[in-house]
Design a binder for this molecule. Structure first.
Ligand SMILES: Cc1cc2nc3c(=O)[nH]c(=O)nc-3n(C[C@H](O)[C@H](O)[C@H](O)COP(=O)(O)OP(=O)(O)OC[C@H]3O[C@@H](n4cnc5c(N)ncnc54)[C@H](O)[C@@H]3O)c2cc1C
Length: 384
């Protein structure tokens, strides 16, 4: 009997067993809590962490310490039609020198993408290249001091240099979405770049978070306004729900997040349905781990006679998560890329912590991941 496996073709059986152990551990919340104490301890005391790297989940969720070390993994994934976007995992940029250093790394990812088909996209997180407080002040409409105006201009220049290099390199630069209370400040910089650079094809793509109550309206307005240029949108539900609700609660504001998951799901699909019917005019990146959504997109494409292989339709998942979705989609001919985080271990710890929380809180997904890993191992044994 031959079982054709398309779930984890990029992983050795040893890697699969390691992933299986890790996802098993992540299904125990108390182990995740111990891991947090361990990570905090080694971070606080600046303990040498290289000897413990195997036990941190780093190899599951990060591809390497720098751009060069990611190449072997991304090349291997590309051989199975799964492309990558290199995502620099530095979540603690505070100073101008941090922002400049991050800019250099992001520019490096764009340069690499220019010459390597494995990377059709690059990505940038606004607060990696500019002050959170400044984005917030802009969003809230505060007047900026001269010093702040100069810092704002530097953020603008950093973004401009990334967009210009992306255009020259013929790749798409995605801008991640973060907290809602900095988003208008971010939009003030991104929207003019989309108008300017997306005239012939998409160079700059925005991220829309559909857990926010007004995002469907925002999306429709963006579509209406996109006259004479192409729209590029990464569709996500949103990653900061607890934080958004907590802030709204403290400030006694109405929460910007949909009251129920069902409302979020509804907006997400309504927007996607519109995007799927306008692929001639816009790039649609379906960034989700939700299998029901993926199935729904596939069915919608079939019903509406839209090619799953349309060059403007992409699917995306995070590296090390739901690989079975990514590789099955790619095997069906869809365009897929993984968000591939990289960076030194110490710097990647906040990112690893977020992945641990996400995987341990959505139990059904972690169980499914384990089931698929086991299935892959069994099928390899049968076919050996
Ligand atoms: C490739 C990729 C790129 C991403 N980029 C970004 C980004 O730039 N910015 C960003 O914020 N996130 C980003 N995310 C994360 C994303 O927003 C989701 O947090 C994550 O993918 C989980 O949602 P889901 O659609 O995969 O799955 P699901 O498990 O179906 O959805 C979980 C999500 O639903 C929403 N939700 C859950 N409960 C409720 C509730 N009670 N009421 C209302 N809504 C609820 C939340 O957004 C939660 O994260 C990205 C994800 C991927 C895969």
């Amino acid at each position: 009997m031959t079982i054709k496996s398309t779930y984890y073709p990029h992983k050795s059986s040893q890697d699969l067993r390691a992933s299986l152990v890790l996802f098993r551990l992540l299904s125990f919340p108390f182990i995740v809590r111990i891991a947090f104490v361990f990570w905090r301890f080694i971070t606080f005391f600046r303990f040498p962490i290289a000897p413990f790297i195997r036990f941190t989940g780093y190899y599951q969720f990060c591809a390497g310490k720098d751009v060069a070390t990611c190449t072997s993994i991304t090349t291997r994934m590309a051989s199975f039609r799964v492309k990558s976007v290199l995502d620099y995992a530095n979540e603690h940029a505070l100073s101008e020198s941090d922002f400049d250093q991050n800019l250099e790394v992001i520019l490096e990812t764009i340069r690499v993408a220019a010459t390597n088909d494995a990377y059709p996209f690059a990505v940038l997180k606004p607060t990696a290249i500019g002050s959170f407080t400044l984005f917030e002040k802009k969003t809230l409409g505060f007047e900026l001091s001269d010093v702040e105006l100069a810092a704002w201009k530097r953020i603008k220049n950093r973004l401009e240099s990334c967009a210009a290099l992306a255009a020259q390199s013929e790749i798409v630069l995605m801008i991640d979405a973060e907290e809602s209370w900095i988003q208008s400040g971010v939009d003030a910089l991104i929207l003019p770049l989309m108008k300017r650079y997306n005239k012939e094809n998409v160079v700059v793509a925005i991220t829309l978070q559909f857990y926010l109550k007004d995002t469907l309206n925002k999306y429709m307005t963006l579509c209406q306004n996109a006259q004479g240029y192409f729209l590029g949108v990464k569709f996500v539900r949103g990653a900061y729900m607890e934080k958004e609700r907590k802030r709204a609660n403290i400030l006694r504001l109405e929460s910007p997040v949909c009251n129920t998951k069902m409302q979020t799901d509804k907006q997400f699909r309504q927007a996607l349905e519109f995007a799927l019917q306008h692929l001639k005019k816009q790039l649609c990146i379906v960034a989700t781990h939700n299998e029901a959504d993926i199935q729904w997109v596939k069915e919608t494409c079939k019903q509406k006679d839209i090619s799953l292989q349309d060059k403007n339709l992409w699917f995306s998942q995070l590296y090390g998560m739901r690989d079975y979705i990514s590789f099955s989609l790619a095997a069906e001919g869809a365009h897929v890329f993984k968000y591939v985080p990289f960076g030194p271990l110490r710097q990647s710890i906040p990112y690893l912590m977020r992945r641990a929380i996400e995987n341990s809180s959505v139990k059904s997904q972690t169980e499914k991941e384990r089931k698929m890993l086991k299935q892959e191992l069994v099928s390899r044994k049968i076919n050996a």
